[in-house]
Design a protein around this ligand. Sequence first.
Ligand code: DAH
Length: 339
Amino acid sequence: MKEKLDLILKNGLDEIEKANDLKSLDDARVKFLGKQGELTSILRNMKEIPPEERKSVGMQANVVREKLENAISSKQEKLEEENLISEMEKERVDITLPSKGTKKGSLHPLTRFNNKFMEICVEMGFTVIQGPEIDTDYYNFEALNVPKNHPARDMQDSLYITDNIVLRTQTSNMQVHAMETLKPPFKIVCPGRVYRNDDDSSHSPIFNQFEALVVDENVGLKDLMKMIDTILKRLFGEDVKMRVRPSYFPFTEPSIEIDATCQMCGGKGCSLCKGSGFSEVFGAGVVNPKVLEMSGIDSKKYSGFAFGPGIDRSVMVLNKIPNIKYLFRNDMRFLKQMR
Ligand code: DAH
């Protein structure tokens, strides 16, 4: 019996040693230690062994089992580690291979123009503010000296939510919010969306404006024109020419309209500028003292000027976009051309 156990041990260790994957290792375990295994059957048949040998055979059988079990578990560990290493080898990324290239996003043309404008204003000392697109009639009209039934309301085809709440028709509502909350002197600029009931190839119910407001002591028309000249040169280049026309806005007195060299034809005259070589860019003016007073600013001490360009037209011309709707549809085919 002793020899038989020695042989089981030797063969067992041999097979465990030879197993080169987890499957054959498990086969070896079943063969020697499984329910029908060679060692198990000896242990099961202990009764048939003469009593005087039983103790020593039992002890030897246990030693054999222990040795085989230890050999199996250390072999298993080894095989598992080898598996892991080979898996990792397979998944290794070759960082020296050329890349497939990345898909780069790009900024929307409106955002690019917006950013450029903001940058210029910030360099001039303006603070950028944001405000509500849905506002009360008071901020959009009343506090800007456009009382109910004032004919100037006809210029802006307003979209009302209730009798008193309106989708802002102009970023000028931010003039009032700024004057109510900031102490002069201050310079604010507010970019944002505005809404009007207007819809054709050059008008969209949503479009974008800026509102710039400067409130200080002794500021007026001359400062306004100088600032606009600087901004236009920064936006469109040193050669840009500016033209000023008298206009009317209830919140400014005097009110002006600024035209700049048409960016489509460079001033030669085209269908866009109707042959004039100029296109309209800004409404502007010196803040009506009544408007300052309504928002709690002492108009004897302070004066102000403001301007409010729409930017969609400029973006269309600079990028040769034929219909304003393209700016709002988010059609990837269009946006990819705008990179
Ligand atoms: N809010 C005016 C518009 O939508 C534009 C404008 C004119 C803004 C004169 C101003 C301003 O700040 O002073 O047509």
